[in-house]
Design a protein around this ligand. Structure first.
Ligand SMILES: NC(=O)c1ccc[n+]([C@@H]2O[C@H](COP(=O)([O-])OP(=O)(O)OC[C@H]3O[C@@H](n4cnc5c(N)ncnc54)[C@H](OP(=O)(O)O)[C@@H]3O)[C@@H](O)[C@H]2O)c1
Length: 298
């Protein structure tokens, strides 16, 4: 297949490019830094510097839309919130405009979203039919999904990737957690009762491959392992795998002071279940956290 990937230089995108290239697909990555694409994604991967270069005559069989400014990195000022929204929603709208104009439409659009769609929901088990939350991340995901689903008007199959916390040795959540945990300074966050719905990056990429190829699949998919854990359990298992103690607890007041509104990302969680993946027989090789962390950390 001839595949266009936005966000292909990111944590998920790089892993995906490796696998799709090995399968023989032709890959083009849209990037604000096209000169870095060959280095990050592989020498055979082409770079697209501007969506204007996607002319109506140019054909992609599939589009995978993963672009988005990192949500946790900077305070959510009004300016930052606009950047977070534009990098997802405005970009997705532009993609759909290109799809609308293309002479031969892609067969499928796999488009990013996140489990933040559900908002903070305590112990409630969340499947794809559960309603959305009402905080900033939830609205971001609602609008991001709404922009992507527009592609269905043009006969494109659309899958919405409600992505959980990606576990990878190359970045993301673990890259932030490992330095203090390796020093024996791992800490649960607040009371540690908030749910963390995670997935091993290899399982995520395998699910993406199936969503790409299986013409029967469309709509939202919770992209998580079937065994979410509360933060205290995540802390305990990570410390155990690293053979380090994790005796500390980060006080809620300190996290709120340091992170402001973003503290909701770490203090409120979602107990998400991959109901639709499992209904389609799409199982994880690493369903439990200990096996996933051992596979990643060796
Ligand atoms: N990793 C997770 O745990 C997780 C969890 C839930 C949801 N997600 C979502 O899944 C997507 C991929 O995640 P990831 O971890 O691979 O993200 P990542 O490593 O932060 O990479 C995101 C990519 O998006 C592109 N990007 C950033 N800002 C952009 C902008 N303003 N305009 C256009 N492109 C922009 C960047 O590509 P260039 O710099 O090359 O332009 C970057 O490589 C993201 O949208 C993220 O929100 C991730």
């Amino acid at each position: 297949m001839n595949i266009l990937i936005t966000g292909g230089t990111g944590l998920i995108g790089r892993a995906l490019c490796r696998v799709l290239h090995a399968e023989g697909h032709t890959l083009t990555v849209f990037s604000r830094h096209p000169e870095t694409v060959a280095d990050k994604c592989g020498a055979a991967v082409q770079a697209l510097a501007s969506l204007d270069d996607w002319t109506p005559q140019r054909h992609f069989d599939a589009v995978i839309n993963l672009a988005g400014e990192p949500i946790v990195d900077a305070a959510w000022t009004d300016r930052r919130k606009k950047i977070l929204r534009d990098s997802r929603i405005a970009l997705t709208r532009q993609l759909v405009e290109r799809i609308a104009r293309s002479e031969q439409k892609p067969a499928v659009l796999l488009s990013g979203s996140a489990i933040g769609y559900y908002g903070g929901r305590g112990d409630q088990e969340l499947v794809e039919t559960s309603g959305p939350g009402d905080d900033f991340p939830a609205q971001l995901c609602i609008d991001w999904e709404a922009a992507a689903i527009e592609a269905e008007r043009y006969g494109v199959r659309v899958c919405l990737l409600r992505t959980g916390l990606i576990l990878s040795k190359d970045g993301g959540l673990l890259a932030r957690m490992l330095p203090p945990f390796r020093l024996g300074l791992g800490a649960r966050l607040g009371d540690g009762k908030q749910w963390m719905s995670w997935i091993h990056i290899d399982d995520y990429v395998r699910h993406l491959q199936r969503l790409l190829n299986d013409e029967q699949l469309s709509g939202p998919f919770n992209m998580t392992s079937p065994q979410p854990v509360i933060n205290a359990e995540f802390t305990r298992i990570l410390a155990m795998v690293l053979h380090r103690p994790a005796p500390l607890s980060a006080p809620v007041a300190m996290l709120k002071l340091a992170m402001g509104e973003r503290a909701a990302l770490v203090l409120e969680g979602q107990r998400v279940l991959p109901a639709r993946l499992e209904a389609k027989g799409m199982l994880c090789r690493y369903p439990d956290l200990e096996s996933a962390l051992r596979a990643i950390l060796g």
